[in-house]
Design a protein around this ligand. Structure first.
Ligand SMILES: NC(=O)CC[C@H](N)C(=O)O
Length: 216
Protein backbone atom coordinates (compact mmCIF):
# COMPACT_ATOMS: atom_id res chain seq x y z
CA UNK A 1 0.00 0.00 0.00
CA UNK A 2 1.21 3.49 -0.70
CA UNK A 3 1.86 6.12 1.94
CA UNK A 4 -1.17 7.91 3.21
CA UNK A 5 -3.76 5.36 2.08
CA UNK A 6 -5.26 5.21 5.53
CA UNK A 7 -6.52 8.61 6.55
CA UNK A 8 -3.30 10.30 5.48
CA UNK A 9 -1.33 8.42 8.11
CA UNK A 10 1.64 7.92 5.86
CA UNK A 11 2.49 4.48 7.19
CA UNK A 12 0.90 1.09 7.51
CA UNK A 13 -0.74 0.59 10.93
CA UNK A 14 0.26 -2.54 12.83
CA UNK A 15 -2.83 -4.20 14.29
CA UNK A 16 -2.72 -7.18 16.62
CA UNK A 17 -5.49 -9.77 16.63
CA UNK A 18 -5.83 -11.56 19.93
CA UNK A 19 -5.29 -15.10 18.71
CA UNK A 20 -5.88 -17.57 21.52
CA UNK A 21 -9.39 -18.49 20.40
CA UNK A 22 -12.22 -17.31 18.16
CA UNK A 23 -12.64 -15.92 14.65
CA UNK A 24 -9.10 -14.61 14.34
CA UNK A 25 -8.71 -15.34 10.62
CA UNK A 26 -11.87 -13.41 9.69
CA UNK A 27 -10.66 -10.24 11.45
CA UNK A 28 -7.16 -10.65 10.03
CA UNK A 29 -8.57 -10.83 6.49
CA UNK A 30 -10.64 -7.65 6.89
CA UNK A 31 -7.81 -5.68 8.54
CA UNK A 32 -5.30 -6.76 5.89
CA UNK A 33 -7.74 -5.86 3.11
CA UNK A 34 -8.06 -2.40 4.68
CA UNK A 35 -4.30 -1.97 4.52
CA UNK A 36 -3.13 -2.91 8.02
CA UNK A 37 -0.22 -5.18 8.89
CA UNK A 38 -1.73 -7.89 11.06
CA UNK A 39 0.10 -9.55 13.95
CA UNK A 40 -1.30 -12.50 15.95
CA UNK A 41 -1.14 -11.80 19.69
CA UNK A 42 -0.65 -14.77 22.01
CA UNK A 43 1.99 -13.49 24.44
CA UNK A 44 2.96 -10.25 26.17
CA UNK A 45 5.87 -9.74 23.75
CA UNK A 46 3.45 -9.68 20.78
CA UNK A 47 1.87 -6.48 22.13
CA UNK A 48 5.01 -4.41 21.59
CA UNK A 49 4.85 -1.96 18.71
CA UNK A 50 1.14 -2.35 18.04
CA UNK A 51 -0.99 0.59 16.88
CA UNK A 52 -4.18 -1.24 17.82
CA UNK A 53 -5.59 -4.57 18.92
CA UNK A 54 -8.71 -6.50 17.94
CA UNK A 55 -10.26 -9.05 20.29
CA UNK A 56 -12.39 -11.40 18.18
CA UNK A 57 -15.67 -13.22 18.73
CA UNK A 58 -15.55 -16.70 20.15
CA UNK A 59 -16.13 -17.82 23.70
CA UNK A 60 -15.14 -15.32 26.36
CA UNK A 61 -14.84 -17.87 29.18
CA UNK A 62 -12.33 -19.89 27.14
CA UNK A 63 -10.47 -16.75 26.04
CA UNK A 64 -10.26 -15.68 29.67
CA UNK A 65 -9.04 -19.07 30.88
CA UNK A 66 -6.36 -19.36 28.17
CA UNK A 67 -5.16 -15.79 28.58
CA UNK A 68 -4.63 -16.33 32.30
CA UNK A 69 -3.11 -19.78 31.84
CA UNK A 70 -0.63 -18.44 29.27
CA UNK A 71 0.06 -15.33 31.36
CA UNK A 72 -0.84 -12.77 28.70
CA UNK A 73 -3.84 -11.28 30.58
CA UNK A 74 -1.90 -8.75 32.73
CA UNK A 75 -0.08 -7.40 29.66
CA UNK A 76 -3.35 -6.90 27.79
CA UNK A 77 -4.78 -5.07 30.82
CA UNK A 78 -1.70 -2.85 30.91
CA UNK A 79 -1.94 -2.14 27.19
CA UNK A 80 -5.60 -1.13 27.57
CA UNK A 81 -4.77 1.09 30.56
CA UNK A 82 -1.95 2.75 28.65
CA UNK A 83 -4.37 3.80 25.90
CA UNK A 84 -3.85 1.24 23.14
CA UNK A 85 -6.87 1.39 20.78
CA UNK A 86 -8.78 -1.87 21.14
CA UNK A 87 -11.83 -3.15 19.25
CA UNK A 88 -13.74 -6.11 20.72
CA UNK A 89 -16.48 -8.00 18.86
CA UNK A 90 -18.98 -10.18 20.75
CA UNK A 91 -16.77 -12.28 23.07
CA UNK A 92 -14.25 -9.45 22.61
CA UNK A 93 -16.84 -6.99 23.95
CA UNK A 94 -17.26 -9.23 27.00
CA UNK A 95 -13.46 -9.27 27.52
CA UNK A 96 -13.42 -5.44 27.45
CA UNK A 97 -16.35 -5.02 29.86
CA UNK A 98 -15.58 -3.96 33.43
CA UNK A 99 -18.37 -6.22 34.65
CA UNK A 100 -20.08 -9.42 33.44
CA UNK A 101 -23.62 -9.92 34.83
CA UNK A 102 -23.58 -13.69 34.33
CA UNK A 103 -19.99 -14.99 34.29
CA UNK A 104 -19.31 -18.71 34.04
CA UNK A 105 -17.62 -19.76 37.26
CA UNK A 106 -14.85 -17.36 38.13
CA UNK A 107 -14.74 -15.87 34.63
CA UNK A 108 -12.80 -12.60 34.46
CA UNK A 109 -12.55 -9.90 31.81
CA UNK A 110 -9.68 -7.58 30.89
CA UNK A 111 -11.95 -4.62 31.57
CA UNK A 112 -11.40 -0.99 30.63
CA UNK A 113 -14.85 -0.32 29.24
CA UNK A 114 -17.22 1.05 31.90
CA UNK A 115 -20.14 -1.26 31.06
CA UNK A 116 -21.92 -4.28 32.48
CA UNK A 117 -22.66 -6.90 29.84
CA UNK A 118 -24.90 -9.91 29.89
CA UNK A 119 -23.57 -12.91 27.97
CA UNK A 120 -25.94 -14.69 25.54
CA UNK A 121 -28.57 -12.01 26.22
CA UNK A 122 -30.35 -12.56 22.90
CA UNK A 123 -30.60 -16.34 23.33
CA UNK A 124 -28.57 -19.29 22.16
CA UNK A 125 -27.03 -20.19 18.80
CA UNK A 126 -30.45 -20.98 17.25
CA UNK A 127 -31.66 -17.49 18.18
CA UNK A 128 -28.93 -15.88 16.05
CA UNK A 129 -30.27 -13.01 13.97
CA UNK A 130 -29.21 -10.44 11.41
CA UNK A 131 -30.41 -6.88 11.25
CA UNK A 132 -29.61 -3.52 9.69
CA UNK A 133 -28.45 -0.97 12.26
CA UNK A 134 -28.50 2.79 11.94
CA UNK A 135 -25.07 3.96 13.12
CA UNK A 136 -24.86 7.61 12.03
CA UNK A 137 -21.39 8.26 13.44
CA UNK A 138 -19.91 5.21 11.75
CA UNK A 139 -21.60 4.80 8.39
CA UNK A 140 -23.96 6.75 6.11
CA UNK A 141 -25.65 3.44 5.22
CA UNK A 142 -27.36 1.00 7.63
CA UNK A 143 -24.75 -1.44 8.95
CA UNK A 144 -25.40 -5.15 8.39
CA UNK A 145 -25.02 -6.81 11.81
CA UNK A 146 -24.96 -10.52 12.70
CA UNK A 147 -25.70 -11.52 16.32
CA UNK A 148 -24.52 -14.98 17.45
CA UNK A 149 -24.96 -15.78 21.17
CA UNK A 150 -24.34 -12.08 21.54
CA UNK A 151 -23.91 -10.01 24.70
CA UNK A 152 -26.05 -6.97 25.53
CA UNK A 153 -24.93 -3.87 27.38
CA UNK A 154 -27.14 -3.61 30.48
CA UNK A 155 -25.41 -0.58 32.01
CA UNK A 156 -22.99 1.97 30.67
CA UNK A 157 -21.07 4.68 32.49
CA UNK A 158 -21.13 8.38 31.69
CA UNK A 159 -17.98 8.26 29.53
CA UNK A 160 -19.45 5.59 27.27
CA UNK A 161 -20.86 6.69 23.94
CA UNK A 162 -23.63 4.47 22.57
CA UNK A 163 -23.19 4.14 18.80
CA UNK A 164 -26.02 1.71 18.05
CA UNK A 165 -28.88 -0.03 19.86
CA UNK A 166 -31.57 -2.63 19.19
CA UNK A 167 -35.09 -2.72 20.71
CA UNK A 168 -35.33 -4.44 24.10
CA UNK A 169 -37.84 -6.85 22.52
CA UNK A 170 -34.82 -8.57 20.93
CA UNK A 171 -33.65 -9.74 24.36
CA UNK A 172 -34.38 -13.35 25.24
CA UNK A 173 -37.58 -13.53 27.28
CA UNK A 174 -37.02 -14.31 30.93
CA UNK A 175 -33.90 -12.18 31.06
CA UNK A 176 -33.81 -9.25 33.49
CA UNK A 177 -36.15 -6.58 32.20
CA UNK A 178 -34.41 -3.76 30.39
CA UNK A 179 -36.47 -0.80 29.37
CA UNK A 180 -35.75 1.06 26.16
CA UNK A 181 -33.18 0.33 23.49
CA UNK A 182 -30.28 -2.01 24.29
CA UNK A 183 -26.82 -0.72 23.30
CA UNK A 184 -24.96 -3.09 20.96
CA UNK A 185 -22.12 -0.82 19.81
CA UNK A 186 -20.24 1.41 22.24
CA UNK A 187 -17.12 3.51 22.41
CA UNK A 188 -15.17 4.90 25.33
CA UNK A 189 -12.06 6.79 24.27
CA UNK A 190 -9.73 4.29 22.64
CA UNK A 191 -12.04 1.33 23.24
CA UNK A 192 -14.68 0.19 20.76
CA UNK A 193 -16.98 -2.79 21.21
CA UNK A 194 -19.83 -4.37 19.25
CA UNK A 195 -22.16 -7.20 20.31
CA UNK A 196 -22.19 -8.33 16.69
CA UNK A 197 -19.64 -9.61 14.17
CA UNK A 198 -18.78 -7.21 11.31
CA UNK A 199 -15.86 -9.51 10.41
CA UNK A 200 -18.26 -12.11 8.95
CA UNK A 201 -20.62 -9.87 6.99
CA UNK A 202 -18.54 -8.09 4.39
CA UNK A 203 -19.66 -4.78 5.98
CA UNK A 204 -16.38 -3.27 7.10
CA UNK A 205 -17.70 0.07 8.43
CA UNK A 206 -16.67 -0.67 12.02
CA UNK A 207 -13.19 -1.87 11.08
CA UNK A 208 -12.77 1.30 8.99
CA UNK A 209 -14.07 3.44 11.85
CA UNK A 210 -11.62 1.72 14.22
CA UNK A 211 -8.63 2.24 11.91
CA UNK A 212 -9.52 5.79 10.91
CA UNK A 213 -10.95 7.22 14.15
CA UNK A 214 -9.31 5.30 17.02
CA UNK A 215 -5.98 4.05 15.61
CA UNK A 216 -5.51 7.06 13.27
N1 LIG B 1 -20.20 -15.05 19.07
C1 LIG B 1 -19.63 -14.83 20.22
O1 LIG B 1 -18.53 -14.28 20.32
C2 LIG B 1 -20.36 -15.41 21.39
C3 LIG B 1 -19.86 -14.95 22.73
C4 LIG B 1 -20.16 -15.99 23.78
N2 LIG B 1 -21.56 -16.08 24.07
C5 LIG B 1 -19.36 -15.67 25.04
O2 LIG B 1 -19.86 -15.63 26.09
O3 LIG B 1 -18.19 -15.45 24.92
Amino acid sequence: MSDGDLNGRGRVPVIGVFALQGDVAEHARVLAALGARVVPVRAAADLGGLDGLVIPGGESSVMDKLSRLLGVAPAVREAIASGLPVYGTCAGMIMLADSIANPIGGQQSFGGLDVTVQRNAFGSQVDSFETALEVPGVSGEPVHAVFIRAPAVLRSGGEVQVLASVPASRLESGRPAKAGPVPVAVRQGNLLATSFHPEVTGDWSFHRYFLERLVR
